[in-house]
Design a protein around this ligand. Structure first.
Ligand code: NAD
Length: 480
């Protein structure tokens, strides 16, 4: 068991009150580390140094391409320790090892992508009149806060921190109390670099303490929050009270819309992978299957068959499906499964699994629930487990109505060989990303990602996310 410290002002520190939080391996329930239970004072110290550093000549004088080099160095360090980090992410989050590798590879790509972007974020000139030059510059916003959920820690920290540093900001990360391990390694990588002290800070602790203090801190200039809708609303309110902008990446209830004219094998793969990845504990999980009524028996039969062949095991065993994070999350998922016994029909799974040698973990058979009523809790709420809910539609219009029938709008998959229908649906669906005959598109580092409706606002990933961390200034110059 490791005793870890947080990182403020270039120093490794315990909590100012000396308290700590234990971190568990979800696959076994074993305690693997302890982290400091940060306080409001710790948050204040981190924000103050981030503010001082942001205003310092030491940081201002670092050229954009040199900021890019910082990010490239982090990418190199991630790559050099790829095996160890994939294992660490797997032990900390419970995800199958191959998914741990995928997450590290995505993190490396974020640092490279935004490293390359650092000296390419340009402004504009605007024609006004003769004798006047008008130009627009994008300046860094200042101190950026990054509040991270437990399900994809290294990916989610990397995507926003890299974009914020590329554009010249300083950073305070609040990692997830359940899964802080890869964030700690990333922090060590920043500590090893020769960069001004205070550019990168990492405060650990509970959301209602450290997260709340950070999102409401008056010297923070932008908050990036990824997590649940309920917490996102609280974070948004706290930041808005200081007139501070937020990017909110929240939950989802994403549909895969399957038509009879799809490529069946490709679609079965897409639909199954979209819900079992990270045991369904994914914001963009394809948790609703909408299938054309005339095609239901044939298609669902294949999906059920595939589900029954899926393997369940500890992250390190690299089976198809790993554990649920902890007992609390497991019980929450089981409430939905119990509800399904009354309101729906379970076609596969639905039972707890004991994994030999890992009896302390909470595992669920991948589960399919049919006959779900469209406006029910099962149909509307994020389950956050390996649970697929099934609905049928008669035609394109009804598929659209069902797809748009929840409060969420993060991702949609459309599976059809009718390109006209696919484009029509893509234009009408309330969803931040639409995938046609695929789902996920290679990790999507370059593609804007974010929600419609209660899935959030603002966009992460891709070029557009750089603008979250800049503020526009217009300068008008009169000359003779
Ligand atoms: P959560 O909202 O419980 O916690 C997210 C983070 O916020 C954690 O670090 C937590 O400590 C902190 N927090 C908790 N209370 C806080 C408060 N009052 N003020 C400030 N911070 C606080 O979410 P979770 O359970 O860790 O993650 C699961 C949720 O995240 C799901 O809803 C999932 O869909 C969503 N998610 C969204 C994306 C996306 O990019 N859209 C990605 C991953 C996860």
């Amino acid at each position: 068991m490791e005793t870890l410290k947080m990182y403020i002002n270039g120093k490794w520190l315990e909590s100012s009150n000396g308290e700590s939080i234990n971190v568990k391996n979800p696959s076994s329930g074993e305690i693997i580390a302890s982290i400091p239970r940060g306080t409001t004072e710790d948050v204040d110290a981190a924000v103050q140094v981030a503010k001082t550093t942001f205003r310092s000549e030491a940081w201002r004088s670092v050229k954009p391409h040199e900021r890019g080099e910082i990010l490239f160095s982090i990418a190199e360090k991630l790559k050099a320790d790829r095996d160890e980090l994939a294992r660490l992410e797997t032990i900390d989050v419970g995800k199958p090892l191959s998914q741990g590798y995928a997450d590290i590879d995505a993190a490396i790509r974020y640092f490279r992508f935004y490293g390359g972007a650092a000296d390419k974020v340009m402004g504009d000139t605007i024609p006004i009149e003769d004798g006047l030059i008008d130009y627009v510059v994008r300046e860094p916003v200042g101190v950026t806060a990054h509040i991270v959920p437990w399900n994809y820690p290294i990916q989610i920290i990397s995507r926003s921190v890299a974009a914020a540093i590329a554009t010249g900001n300083t950073v305070v990360v609040k990692s997830a109390e359940d899964t802080p391990m890869s964030a700690m390694r990333l922090t060590q990588f920043f500590d090893e670099l020769d960069i001004p002290v205070g550019v990168f800070n990492h405060v650990t602790g509970y959301g209602y303490e450290v997260g709340a203090a950070l999102s409401g801190h008056p010297s923070v200039n932008h908050v990036t929050f990824t997590g649940s809708v309920q917490t996102g609303i609280a974070v948004g309110q706290a930041a808005t009270a200081n007139v501070v902008p937020v990017t909110l990446e929240l939950g989802g209830k994403s549909p895969n819309i399957v038509f009879a004219d799809c490529d069946v094998d490709n679609t079965v793969d897409g639909v199954v992978n979209a819900i079992i990845q990270n045991a369904g504990q994914t914001c963009s999980a394809g948790s609703r299957l909408l299938v054309e009524e005339s095609f239901k028996d044939e298609f669902l039969g294949k999906v059920v068959e595939r589900f029954k062949g899926l393997t369940v095991g500890a992250g390190i065993q690299d089976k198809d499906v790993g554990p649920i994070l902890n007992e609390k999350q497991f019980n929450r998922v089981m409430e939905f499964v119990e509800l399904a016994k009354e309101e729906g029909k379970i076609l596969a799974g639905g039972n707890q699994v004991t994994v030999e040698g890992f009896e302390g973990g909470f595992y669920l058979e991948p589960t399919i629930i049919d006959a779900v009523i469209p406006d029910s809790k099962l149909a509307q709420e994020e389950i956050f487990g390996p649970v697929l809910t099934v609905f049928t539609f008669k035609d394109t219009a009804e598929s659209l109505e069902l797809a748009n029938s929840t409060d969420y709008g993060l991702v949609t998959g459309i599976w059809t060989s009718d390109i006209s229908r696919a484009h029509y649906l893509a234009s009408r669906i309330d969803s931040g990303q639409v995938f046609i005959n695929n789902y996920g598109a290679g990790g999507g580092i370059q593609m804007p990602f974010g929600g419609y409706k209660k899935s959030g606002f603002g966009r992460e990933k891709g070029w557009i996310a750089l603008y979250n961390y800049t503020v526009v200034k217009n300068v008008a110059v009169r000359y003779n």
